[in-house]
Write a new protein. Structure first.
Length: 300
């Protein structure tokens, strides 16, 4: 019988897209996971603005706090700017202060959106220059962490996707549209280094194990435009099925709701790879594999 005591970690935002995969994927930790609006078994209700984090840290005797909670939908951040700032910046910083005061490691999940998207191929040494609200909020919290503790990991995530039908993400959203013969609007100039959530889990676990605190890009090594990614998915999809809709290629900032979205937020993952010895699979690998998996399931 295995009686090894697991390391305890508090995960704020355990019901979110990335949070749920971290809970399931890193089995060496005993997660004390929270939710706000989406209940899950063994989850603890946590209001980022009101709930006391110190008491949870003290009761759990945890070593790290993962910060994934907040407003993450761009349309909500755009339409509710004051609330988004209050939650994503002010409340997040208050909770991070509690973690620092309790001498635990801060693990903050940031975003490629902290960069302007004008150049691309950003390393951890490039100075962030966010152009829209969500990126500005993330960068504000990053600055607070760097200036107030040495015991931190900041993970700058590129676009994260999974193989699962639900919740839908980059590839499975397209598959769903292709199956329904829906017209698809896709940007030709939106470039990034998408990463499969399984690879996010692998990077996060390995980087934390390294105990080399700092800022890390968490992404795949090869940048693609959205239109290139859709072509990979479509080429594989059409090996098994037909599609009668229309693909509309557009400039990113002409798409409704994406007027201020950064165009090229491709990140360089070399630092993370050198520390961990791990390299994420690129989109060509995962795009084909996900379509093949769903094609096989449909045939069955």
């Amino acid at each position: 019988m295995n009686n090894i005591k697991k390391q305890k970690v508090v995960l704020l935002g355990g019901s979110g897209f990335v949070g749920q995969y971290l809970r399931a994927g890193i089995t060496k930790y005993e997660f004390i996971s929270t939710f706000y609006s989406e209940w899950f078994p063994d989850g603890i209700f946590f209001d980022l603005e009101k709930t006391n984090l110190s008491s949870i840290i003290e009761e759990s005797n945890c070593s790290h706090v993962f910060f994934l909670a907040g407003m993450v939908k761009f349309d909500e951040v755009k339409t509710q700017p004051e609330r988004a700032w209050r939650i994503n910046v002010e409340a997040s910083i208050e909770r991070i202060k509690e973690a620092i005061d309790n001498n635990v490691v801060v693990v903050y999940f940031s975003s490629e959106s902290i960069f302007s998207g004008e150049e691309g191929n950003y390393t951890e040494e490039n100075i962030p220059n966010p152009k829209f609200s969500y990126g500005k909020q993330k960068f504000e919290v990053e600055k607070f962490i760097v200036n107030n503790t040495d015991k931190f990991f900041i993970f700058r995530l590129s676009k994260v996707y999974s193989s699962d039908r639900e919740p839908k993400s980059l590839v499975t959203s397209w598959i769903n549209q292709l199956e329904k013969d829906e017209d698809i609007h896709v940007a030709t100039d939106n470039i990034f280094c998408p990463i499969h959530v399984n690879d996010v889990v692998a990077f996060v676990e390995a980087l934390i194990d390294s105990r080399k605190y700092g800022v890390y890009n968490v992404c795949s090594p090869k940048p693609y435009s959205r239109s290139e990614m859709l072509k990979i998915v479509m080429d594989e999809y059409l090996k098994y099925f037909t599609y009668s809709g229309t693909i509309n290629h557009m400039k990113l900032n002409t798409i409704k709701g994406a007027e201020m979205t950064p165009k090229n937020t491709s990140l360089v993952s070399q630092k993370s790879e050198l520390i961990t010895g791990f390299t994420a699979q690129n989109f060509l690998y995962w795009g084909r594999r996900i379509v093949q998996s769903h094609a096989f399931n449909r045939v069955l």
